[in-house]
Design a protein around this ligand. Structure first.
Ligand code: SF4
Length: 229
């Protein structure tokens, strides 16, 4: 199947909720400045999502071929062992919001802008997840992303292969990769989702301590099972 780029995701930024999240007292000068940025974001931002339904062509212990692209990751191979179809995706807050003019030295306003971008990314992810569930009746799914978990779980360099599944991601939704395979805009996510009865989370294969985003405890047995001999 071809890519589908969704470039018209509807959204309504919730002023009250976002002020609260940013710990800003309504009616203060900070609140007025935050609201000004939020109003501009509501006008210019264009959160976007890109996905592709892909089929697995061959599977090994360390490599797996999806739509003619070879991926190398034991954890990915293990997770896709019983799977024939996956959904590759990139979601983003959209590059348009970076048109809002804020000085690099204004750290507070840049922080506020970043939190609004994170909200827009969340809206994009939610939109795509609903669309996929509606269209493909996926049921329970798991997602893996290059670079999440320990470094060797699915190396971030494989962003190159993931992006290659789509072709020109920049033209489609405005997301590019840096030399170190980070995405621009910074509030973008990429990955592969698949139906999975087991509740897999990359955090199970991540040693990082004190991570505020952790969604599942480290699983030593699982981690050992994807290590090289
Ligand atoms: S524990 Fe934190 S750093 Fe590690 S995969 Fe989970 S969210 Fe990412």
């Amino acid at each position: 199947m071809n890519n589908e780029a969704i470039t018209n995701i509807p959204f309504e930024l919730d002023m009250e909720g976002l002020l609260k999240e940013a710990h800003i007292e309504p009616g203060t000068n900070d609140a007025r400045e935050f609201e000004d940025i939020l109003n501009k974001a509501q006008k210019v931002a264009r959160p976007k999502a890109l996905y592709k339904e892909c089929f697995i062509q061959s599977k090994g212990e360390e490599t797996i071929t999806i739509d003619d692209i070879i991926f190398t990751s034991r954890a990915l191979c293990m997770n896709l062992n019983q799977v024939e179809r996956v959904f590759a995706h990139v979601t983003t807050c959209g590059k348009e919001i970076d048109e809002i003019d804020i000085s690099d030295n204004d750290f507070l306003k840049r922080f506020w802008l970043d939190s609004i971008k994170a909200t827009l990314l969340g809206i994009s992810c939610h939109h795509l997840s609903n669309l996929l569930n509606r269209r493909y009746k996926l049921g329970k799914t798991s997602t893996m992303s290059p670079g999440s978990g320990d470094v060797n779980v699915w190396p971030i360099e494989q962003q190159r292969e993931l992006f290659a599944l789509f072709g020109d991601v920049e033209t489609l939704i405005g997301v590019t990769l840096t030399d170190s395979f980070l995405m621009i805009p910074n509030k973008s996510l990429s990955g592969i989702s698949f139906s999975n009865e087991i509740d897999f989370q990359s955090c199970q294969l991540c040693h990082r301590e004190n991570c505020l985003e952790r969604r599942a405890p480290f699983d030593k047995g699982l981690w050992n099972s994807v290590q090289h001999d």
